[in-house]
Write a protein that binds this ligand. Structure first.
Ligand SMILES: *Cc1c(COP(=O)(O)O)cnc(C)c1O
Length: 359
């Protein structure tokens, strides 16, 4: 992916360069586990106030391991939003469990608590809650409903590391949380992920699954080395991105026929993508073609699962908001959010003009 903001990502700074130099010099990069992975685990314990961390090779494997850690088995049902990261559906299938779809709340791109509750059956074992495109799922409410029904909660925080609801960090509400360190993610090692939990039993089940004479899904010392300095500056980087994303959302709020993120009081979102809903799928195709001409990093959102057959997944509730999001979401990729004010100004003006033309 190359656009006029790609020079802003991945981050290239002295701290990352020094970390790489240091693992090169001390030979740590050739070891399975060592000072860098231990340091990263320590930073994650502290940042997310959790007791156990598994560093893993991707966010996708992280979700699968999280479900295995919770004891999800073949035949169990796992609820997830019908608009979500494609891998999450596949992770549930990989275990032999059955995905059951619930709807998202409009303009949050994230699971709707009421829809989740309506999708629960006696076979529901767990729910995967992703916060997408800066939207934060109402995780307090979802966790309360889950607890009431004896359902376990996986928080997929791959897109929102550092987001806060009231005074609690997203990723501390559920039974287990999953981070991604993929190439485009806000904490990036080109690949990688982490599974966070307070439950020893969850940590232990994952340990048994991944131990095959070696740590089968490990994250390397080299990857940990570039992540450590990024975690140190995450809050500052997020603050800048969030300020700029909210500016763009405000700026486009008055355009007819387009809706941006709605978020509740007390929520401090974090932006991996900034999302808007357009009026139709056709309109989106035209808009994306024009954006390409302008060099704007705008893309389609996820395809979603609402059209998948009932042989593959349960569909007990209306999925109207998810279908709409699948058809009409456009996403702005995050590196632009680190650009200087004058560039951001220009991008804001271009977005308004693009959206206006569609009206
Ligand atoms: C990126 C992402 C993942 C998976 O992460 P990978 O490290 O790319 O496997 C899972 N969930 C969401 C919401 C993501 O954005």
């Amino acid at each position: 992916m190359s656009d006029r903001f790609s020079h802003l990502w991945p981050p290239q700074n002295e701290r990352i360069s020094a970390a790489l130099e240091s693992v090169y010099c001390d030979g740590d990069w050739g070891r399975y586990h060592g000072a860098q992975t231990t340091m990263l685990e320590g930073k994650l314990f502290e940042y997310f106030d959790c007791s156990y961390v598994h560093l893993v090779c991707s966010g996708t494997i992280g979700i699968e391991l999280a479900l295995r850690g919770l004891g999800v088995q073949s035949g169990d049902e796992v609820v997830l939003a019908a608009y979500d990261f494609p891998g999450n559906f596949r992770c549930i299938e990989a275990i032999g469990a059955r995905p059951v779809l619930a709807d998202i709340a409009s303009s949050s791109w994230s699971l709707c608590p009421e829809s989740f509750e309506a999708a629960i059956s006696p076979s529901t074992k767990a729910v995967v809650v992703s916060s997408l495109h800066g939207g934060l799922a109402n995780i307090a409410k979802i966790s309360a409903i889950a607890k009431h029904h004896g359902i376990l909660v996986v928080e997929d925080i791959c897109q929102v590391p550092g987001a806060v609801v009231n005074t609690d960090r997203v990723g501390t509400f559920g039974d287990v949380a999953v981070l991604s360190f993929g190439g485009s993610k806000l904490l990036s090692a080109g690949r990688g992920g982490a599974v966070l939990t307070n439950a020893e039993s969850v940590w232990q089940r994952i340990n048994v699954f991944k131990e095959r004479g070696n740590d089968t899904f490990a994250l390397s010392q080299l990857q940990a080395a570039v992540l450590n300095p990024q975690l140190d500056s995450l809050d500052d980087d997020n603050a800048l991105r969030t300020r700029n994303a909210l500016k763009l959302i405000d700026r486009t709020a008055l355009v007819d026929g387009v809706s941006g993120l709605s978020y509740a009081e007390g929520e401090t979102p974090v932006f991996y993508k900034v999302a808007w809903l357009l009026k139709s799928c056709q309109q989106r195709a035209m808009l994306l073609a024009e954006a390409r001409q302008l060099g704007l990093p705008l893309f389609e959102g996820f395809k979603g699962f609402a059209k998948r057959s009932e042989r593959r997944c349960g569909k007990p509730v209306s999925l109207r908001n998810s279908e709409c999001a699948s058809d009409t979401t456009v996403l702005l990729h995050h590196p632009v959010l680190l650009a200087e004010d004058s560039v951001l100004e220009e991008v804001g003006a271009q977005l308004v003009q693009l959206f206006d033309q569609m009206g």
